[in-house]
Design a protein around this ligand. Structure first.
Ligand SMILES: [Zn+2]
Length: 346
């Protein structure tokens, strides 16, 4: 049954306390289902290997539509109203968290929806993206101080997808990256002590290299590829961007985590989002044995680090925007460079 407490905004002090003695990873996402389509297998891998992993969702996804034609609303639930959708998506999120073996926390903001039209209408007044940055980032800062992650993942400044909540998820995470360790900022009554996270990453879901590699492997097998049109569109879009934005730095993958053993966790998590993910659809169009062979990785971009890393021990990039990566060499561990001593893991 839907839980009434679920309809209330959580207060900052409700985020889980990180377990001492463990490496800790926090994955910050816009709304439920993003954690299952971006970096999901990586979360499952680290959690299974003994790290503590906390997925954070900024909103409840209350303005999402049903995207799976075979979805039926679970008994006792409804999907017509904002509270109804929130409850269904909370149920789905719980299933996904358990498939990934991770903890989960809601920041409690309301979905801004995907504005459509030209010009785009403003986002709703009650929504996450309409909330001033210092208000919107506050529960995330407190969650970082309580969970004490060594590594945080989120989206790049474009959001990776032009949903206002994706873009704003980047904004609050960048703000929290800078502020969580500052004892003068974001003070709340009975708040946790400041905590300095050590590495910040952006998810890279579908790099053009990945699309091309999988596309070619499917053609080589004599199978139809779902990526043909997408590759063409991406090439055109990148060409347009290049001419519009001149030398704006291209987003680089810096880090590849080998996660093929955790594809089953990721797939189970995707299926848990029954209102959003069509089990016959796009995410399941690639044969898993082919995927494991051709593209066994989740990809990330190191956006900032406060510790020296093996690949670039001289790198000093506590602020976002300073990292330029050599092509062709990848980090293989999000925790590379994180000290393993008692103080760091406390
Ligand atoms: Zn999303």
């Amino acid at each position: 049954m839907p839980d009434d407490a679920a309809a209330q905004l959580p207060i900052a002090q409700q985020a889980p306390i990180g377990a001492p003695g463990k490496l800790r990873l926090m994955a910050v996402h816009a709304h439920p289902d993003d954690e299952s389509s971006k970096g999901a297998a990586t979360c499952a891998k680290y959690a299974t290997e003994g790290a503590e992993v906390l997925v954070v969702s900024a909103t409840g996804g209350e303005r999402g539509d049903v995207l799976n034609p075979s979805f039926t609303v679970p008994p006792g639930y409804e999907f017509e109203t904002i509270p109804g959708k929130r409850d269904v998506r909370r149920l789905e999120m719980a299933g996904a968290a358990s498939a990934l073996n991770v903890l989960h926390y809601w920041l409690g903001w309301v979905d801004s929806g995907l504005p459509e039209g030209d010009p785009l209408p403003p986002v709703p007044d009650d929504s996450f993206a309409a909330t001033p940055l210092e208000v919107a980032a506050a529960p995330l800062v407190e969650a970082i101080r309580r969970f004490r992650p060594h590594v945080i993942t989120t989206y790049d400044p474009s959001g990776g997808y032009p949903h206002p909540d994706h873009i704003y998820t980047h904004s609050i995470t960048a703000e929290a990256w800078a502020a969580a360790g500052d004892p003068t900022r974001y003070l709340v009554p009975d708040g946790a002590a400041p905590w300095v996270p050590l590495k910040l990453y952006y998810n890279h879901g579908f790099s053009i290299e990945r699309l091309k590699a999988v596309h070619q492997a499917m053609l080589d097998r004599g199978q139809e590829s779902p990526f043909g049109d997408w590759i063409k569109e991406r090439a055109e879009r990148d060409a347009d961007k290049g001419s519009e934005q001149g030398d704006e730095h291209k987003r680089e993958v810096t880090t590849r985590i080998e996660v093929a053993n955790y594809f089953p966790n990721r797939d189970a998590a995707l299926r848990a989002h029954a209102s959003q993910i069509d089990p016959q659809g796009f995410f399941f169009a690639i044969p898993r044995d082919l995927e494991a062979q051709v593209w066994p990785w989740d990809e990330f971009e190191l956006a900032a680090t406060r510790v020296p890393i093996s690949h670039a021990p001289e790198l000093n990039a506590a602020e976002i925007g300073l990292i330029r990566w050599d092509n062709g060499v990848f980090e293989t561990d999000l925790f590379d460079g994180v000290p393993r001593d008692a103080a760091a893991l406390s």
